[in-house]
Design a protein around this ligand. Structure first.
Ligand SMILES: C[S@@+](CC[C@H](N)C(=O)[O-])C[C@H]1O[C@@H](n2cnc3c(N)ncnc32)[C@H](O)[C@@H]1O
Length: 219
């Protein structure tokens, strides 16, 4: 599908949400569609994602991120590192308006887009930072730090570990997470759980990797 046909896109999105058994209101589904329409529009100029087909964007971006929403059920204050066009951060913010979601990226055109989405969709739970995560300082640390397609797990925790509150956890959205990469994590970080994800309409392997300090209680 070349053009953004909202009715067709909405149909695929709604079927996927039903498959994931997610309880989203009609207003939230409309916001997800608004977000996708903006991503599609800005992508033409800003090159935010290499996925250009709106229907593929539903599966590879929206449903892929929505499949992870349940893992954030106890989260209150989340940071998405290397959020790019807002995945999974923007999808989490729309799905969980009660949760604070911060997104960080080094590339200004990406965070300009995220701020535009925040304004147009009136997302009061969103904060956007333009800088390297290693250089971010915050008054209140995060209970969950997430990322999708960001970096090797060791770099992810090394660069953002200073931002995680005591007892907090990392949740990385990955295709595969090879044992060698998981075992290479620097102390005190340890993989607590590796959870396969089923994304409606997607054959590819997807996983959530939960990482905690070995000094924290197990999940
Ligand atoms: C492959 S993209 C993934 C974007 C998005 N998470 C997704 O799944 O579509 C990785 C992003 O990380 C950002 N990035 C790379 N190094 C970073 C750093 N040290 N701090 C913050 N963002 C970084 C890049 O600018 C890029 O937008």
């Amino acid at each position: 599908m070349k053009v953004f046909d909202r009715a067709v896109v909405a149909d695929v999105l709604r079927t996927g949400i039903a498959g994931l058994e997610l309880d989203l209101s009609e207003a939230q589904v409309e916001k997800l569609l608004d977000y996708l329409a903006l991503l599609n529009k800005w992508n033409a100029v800003y090159n935010l994602t290499s996925v250009r087909d709106p229907l593929q964007m539903v599966t590879l971006h929206l449903l892929d991120s929505l499949a992870a929403v349940a893992a954030f059920k106890d989260a209150k204050n989340v940071l998405d590192v290397g959020a790019g066009g807002g995945l999974p951060g923007m999808v989490l913010a729309i799905s969980r308006p009660d949760m604070k979601v911060s997104m960080i990226d080094t590339v200004h055109k990406k965070t300009a887009f995220l701020n535009q989405v925040k304004a147009e969709l009136e997302l009061t739970n969103v904060t956007v930072y333009t800088k390297r995560v290693e250089q971010l300082e915050v008054k209140t640390r995060f209970d969950v730090i997430t990322s999708r397609a960001f970096a090797d797990l060791s770099d992810f925790v090394n660069w953002s570990g200073h931002l995680l509150e005591q007892g907090g956890q990392f949740i990385a959205l990955k295709g595969t997470a090879p044992a060698e990469e998981r075992e290479r994590l620097p102390k005190p970080w340890k993989v607590q759980k590796l959870q396969p994800l089923q994304v409606p309409g997607l054959e590819a392997e997807r996983h959530l990797v939960f990482i905690k300090s070995e000094h924290a209680e197990t999940v």
